[in-house]
Design a protein around this ligand. Structure first.
Ligand SMILES: [Mg+2]
Ligand SMILES: [Zn+2]
Length: 186
């Protein structure tokens, strides 16, 4: 099966700013076009996953409970828009903890693929994508063997990617434009 792995902040919801976090549901703002983009991808048969670093939990900026609440409400809103997610994966560790799941490492993507397999769902990375707004998203997606799309709706702006060792396969203004690329390419 084919899947779309999405970063959260800056892709689904408004980028909270560098070194800042979404600390409550009130501060979680869906970006424009997200719901229709995700509905379109879901209806085309793509499995949807969120793969997100949320180190604010281990830094004590917000609790795991708050993060879970944000996730539940986000998924509920997306479900109402007919965009159903398969699963949401977070790395809540600090960089210094050197875990295996913090992007740019592909640990969480691999975990998602492995857990899907245990449910009898075989994801083919070659026909799957990672959509993210930062360099580490692109590196994580690339390491997991996915096609990658950098969106400019979050941290990164056009033109700042010249010295990246790993370049995205595609660039898009936002997730809606990314979905158009994906659906055209299939
Ligand atoms: Mg992001
Ligand atoms: Zn981690």
């Amino acid at each position: 099966m084919k899947a779309i792995f999405l970063d959260r902040d800056g892709v689904i919801n408004r980028h909270p700013g560098d070194f800042k976090y979404v600390t409550s549901w009130k501060k979680f703002k869906f970006l424009k076009g997200v719901k229709s983009a995700l509905r379109g991808l879901f209806q085309e048969g793509y499995l949807l996953f969120v793969i997100s670093n949320q180190a604010g939990v281990s830094k004590g900026v917000y609790s795991q409970k708050t993060l879970d609440e944000i996730t539940a409400k986000m998924l509920c809103q997306l479900q109402k828009a007919n965009a159903l997610f398969q699963a949401v994966y977070y790395c809540v560790h600090k960089k210094e903890e050197n875990c295996g799941c913090r992007k740019p490492k592909p640990g969480l993507i691999k975990k998602a693929i492995k857990e899907a397999k245990e449910f009898g769902i075989k994801i083919n990375p070659k026909e799957s994508y990672f959509v993210g707004d930062t360099q580490r998203d692109i590196e994580a997606g690339n390491s997991a063997g996915l096609k990658t799309i950098l969106v400019f709706s979050g941290k990164e702006k056009p033109g700042g990617q010249r010295d990246w060792k790993i370049k995205p396969d595609f660039y898009a203004k936002d997730i809606l434009a990314a979905a158009k690329i994906i659906l055209k390419e299939k």
